[in-house]
Design a protein around this ligand. Structure first.
Ligand code: NI
Length: 431
């Protein structure tokens, strides 16, 4: 073989090899695990955990994020450019295309923390029971990694600290602010208490369901419980409504098209011997396709109104409002799935990258995916010692802080590698 042939082979190999090799990915994890970085992340996370804030009220959380970004010398939206009330959008890199976004949700839940520990929530009735304090910290960790290695960035990383994931649809307002224009791809993660530590799982296509809420007031005529014929009983009407709603999935939906209707709220009456004037019920409905979701919405209203009238009651039904919008289904981009598997395999080891079946949970990350190719995944944080960890949204939920460097390193690696591959238009098509 002559010299020219060798030279061409070497040239081909160097073109085929990703510009950012595995070395960088593992280096990021080592970097994030360093004592000083890890203890900084733990400190930030605990500070946020002690002061949980609900959707669109994350003012202190927003301040902490901005302070940390300031310390790192990372620019973000100024006060004149408000994003979803408390949102923060930062930028690292050249400021030029391509743009890739990493997203963390910021809000807590209206729950009283039941875990007794030094950094327990200091706000009665509010708790970070979904790990969003960890997500914010991981994104700050990723920011630290990216800023430290900004010389290798071939474009711009957009850091999205997003308010109000828990029902408020903060993602939609972030999009409406226009701050993600020109973003080519977006990645989001969620911690998972039951899955093995350091294992990620997701899938191509539909991962999570579309979700909506409804609330109905069923009104009759109150009176003495011993003289029911002088009243119009809304408790009986509402009870029949609940039963009839269950027929929507069992009798009207294709058994192979997964759907859920759950009535989770039923309020009415205050005494054993009084028929109340009205009963309020509320619940959620889920489906994987837009068609099934809208069909459920239409039928839920008809069933409630119709069934109430069978019992001589009136009913009004309200669906998700502006601050509680319907969430679309979370649908992962097929090309990004392949890309994610490659990067996650390099950072965590291929055995730690798992496929999962879709499930009926919902995420407002789906709003991004409606306009930007996006990828959402879970990262397990259960170590072997913990046999029965409390689930997400439990007042006993605990974040395993050891997972923080893993989330940070993986998100940072996804951004770096994406920008690097996005330099080649042909390769980008394959993403
Ligand atoms: Ni969550």
């Amino acid at each position: 073989m002559n010299l020219f042939k060798w030279a061409s082979i070497i040239l081909i190999i160097s073109l085929v090899k990703p510009a950012i090799s595995n070395g960088v990915s593992t280096k990021f994890l080592e970097f994030a695990k360093k004592d000083e970085i890890f203890s900084w992340m733990v400190g930030v996370r605990r500070k946020i955990h002690e002061n949980p804030e609900l959707g669109y009220q994350e003012f202190e959380t927003s301040k902490i994020i901005k302070q940390e970004l300031d310390k790192m010398g990372i620019t973000y939206n100024n006060d004149k450019h408000e994003i979803a009330v408390t949102g923060v959008v930062g930028f690292i890199g050249s400021g030029d295309p391509p743009f890739v976004a990493l997203r963390a949700d910021m809000d807590a839940l209206p729950l009283q923390e039941m875990v007794e520990w030094e950094h327990k929530s200091k706000v009665p009735g509010k708790m970070h029971a979904c790990g969003h304090d960890g997500h914010v910290t991981m994104l700050l960790g990723a920011a630290k990694i990216l800023k430290t290695h900004s010389h290798i960035l071939k474009g711009t990383v957009v850091l999205v600290f997003q308010p109000a994931e828990e029902g408020g649809g903060g993602a939609k307002q972030v999009l409406d602010s226009g701050s993600l224009e020109n973003v080519e791809a977006i990645f989001g993660l969620h911690v998972h208490p039951e899955q093995p530590f350091g294992q990620v799982f997701s899938r191509s296509g539909t991962l999570l369901a579309a979700s909506g809420f409804f609330e109905a007031i069923i009104t009759g005529k109150g009176g003495h419980a011993a003289i029911p014929h002088h009243s119009i009983d809304p408790v009986l009407a509402a009870s029949n409504v609940v039963v009839s709603l269950q027929h929507l999935v069992s009798r009207e939906a294709d058994p192979l098209d997964s759907q859920v209707v759950t009535v989770g709220m039923f309020h009415g009456g205050g005494a054993f011997n009084v028929i109340p004037d009205s009963v309020t019920i509320g619940g959620t409905f889920r489906a994987f396709s837009k068609e099934s979701f809208m069909q459920l919405r239409e039928r839920i209203e008809k069933v409630i109104v119709g069934q109430a009238s069978v019992h001589r009651c009136n009913a009004t039904v309200e669906f998700s409002s502006k601050n509680k919008p319907f969430y679309p289904a979370t649908i992962n981009h097929g090309g990004l799935h392949k890309f994610f598997k490659g990067v996650a395999g390099d950072v965590l080891g291929v055995n730690n990258v798992q496929e999962t079946a879709p499930f009926m949970g919902a995420e407002d990350f789906s709003f991004y995916q409606e306009v930007i190719p996006g990828y959402f995944y879970f990262i397990g944080m259960n170590n072997e010692k913990n046999e029965e960890p409390a689930s997400l949204h439990s007042p006993f939920f605990q974040l395993n802080e050891d997972i923080l460097p893993y989330g940070a390193a993986l998100q940072a690696s996804l951004a770096v590698r994406y920008l690097s591959q996005s330099q080649h238009p042909k390769k980008h098509d394959e993403l």
